[in-house]
Design a protein around this ligand. Structure first.
Ligand code: MRU
Length: 356
């Protein structure tokens, strides 16, 4: 069973035959693993938040594309490829905001187009090797981001984070939490304030769980309490992840991130975004063009499975917001730290790697 740890937490496992996902909806109460054997079921699991976090859903989709290789059987190559692409399109559409789903599909599609294969079994082996490579590279990117980002944090202080950008949201280790982990490993005395992150409570359920397991001091905040803590001078830096970073450096991340960024600017606190280059989307000019996922209002009118709003009252439930590039102090990637102006920095970074 392929596994990639880092702080002992992983969101997925691959057996060669099936994909196993840690059901994040049930954490921290239960560690339940669910088995998936078809790409359609994997797409539904992504939509249902069994697995979440931009890099983690990208890697999950990559293994979903391996499971979709059955479509390449018993048909001519062109018909088989068309059927595989239809399954890929379903995976890519499972959630709209994170660019990592489309990134995974593009990556595995290119492997299929560029690889030598004659049978569905050979194609499946190519796809599997690519999915495993994407997973390994994401994990390694997190370690590199950790090293770059840790250098930005003070020797001692409190860092605010929003949502969960940890091992559970990635191939292991984490982006924002990877930076915090690396800073602690380097001997910095970093404490964490974690926004609870309504309505899915990724901060309360997942970030607090991961950090507590690692023995990193973490205190939970109701989302609305962040401003008070900034005003009291209790926050020295903010580190968050990203679901998509547009060509101009605008950042889409969990709803509430923009509010934190405005507060950080108001209080002169640096606001860092940690994200792998797979989250950069040079094809999207600015945050205005990033599709924002709208989820069911019932996720807001209820809390922990119980309705809290009066019957008949609707709720708006955008899952993400956009933080304008001008509020971002630096973007930490595995290839180094980007500073404004981000348009030029992103072009240089991707150009240097031979990217788009
Ligand atoms: O709705 P979610 O839980 O998938 O949202 C996750 C986030 O917003 C994370 O901050 C982002 O994906 C970065 S994860 C490294």
């Amino acid at each position: 069973m392929a596994e990639r740890g880092g702080s002992g937490v992983v969101p997925l496992r691959w057996s060669g035959e099936a994909l196993w996902l840690l059901d994040q909806r049930r954490l921290p109460r239960r560690e339940a693993w669910l088995r998936y054997r078809s790409s359609g079921a994997v797409a539904r699991a992504i939509t249902a938040m069994v697995v979440r976090g931009a890099p983690a859903i990208g890697i999950t989709a990559a293994f979903g594309l391996v499971l979709a290789a059955g479509a390449l059987r018993r048909r001519g190559r062109a018909a088989g490829l068309a059927a595989w692409r239809r399954r890929a399109a379903v995976l890519a559409a499972a959630r709209p905001t994170a660019v990592n789903l489309a990134w995974a599909v593009r990556r595995l599609e290119a492997r299929l187009a560029g690889g030598a294969w004659a049978t569905a079994a050979e194609a499946r082996r190519l796809l599997e090797a690519e999915a495993l490579a994407a997973w390994r590279e994401d994990f390694e990117a997190n370690l590199a981001m950790g090293a770059h980002g840790a250098a930005l944090l003070p020797a001692r202080g409190t860092v605010l984070t929003h949502c969960n950008a940890g091992a559970l949201a990635t191939g292991g280790y984490g982006t924002a939490l990877g930076v915090i982990r690396a800073a602690r490993a380097a001997g910095k005395d970093i404490r964490v304030l974690a926004d609870e992150t309504r309505p899915w409570l990724q901060g309360a359920r997942l970030t607090a769980w991961e950090l507590a397991r690692d023995g990193i001091p973490v205190t939970l905040l109701a989302d609305g309490a962040a401003g008070h803590h900034f005003r009291q001078g209790r926050i020295q830096a903010v580190v968050v992840g990203a679901d998509r970073i547009a060509a101009n450096g605008d950042v889409a991340n969990k709803i509430g991130t923009y509010t934190v960024a405005v507060l950080a600017r108001q209080h002169g606190v640096p606001f860092y975004v940690a994200a792998p280059t797979s989250t950069l989307d040079p094809g999207t000019a600015s945050g205005d063009a990033i599709p924002i996922e709208e989820r069911p209002g019932e996720e807001v009118t209820a809390c922990a499975g119980r309705r809290v709003a009066p019957p008949g009252v609707p709720a708006a439930n955008p899952a993400f917001d956009v933080t304008p590039a001008e509020l971002v102090t630096a973007i930490v990637t595995e290839r180094g730290v980007l500073r404004p102006p981000y348009g030029a920095a992103i072009r240089r970074l991707l150009g240097a790697a031979g990217g788009e």
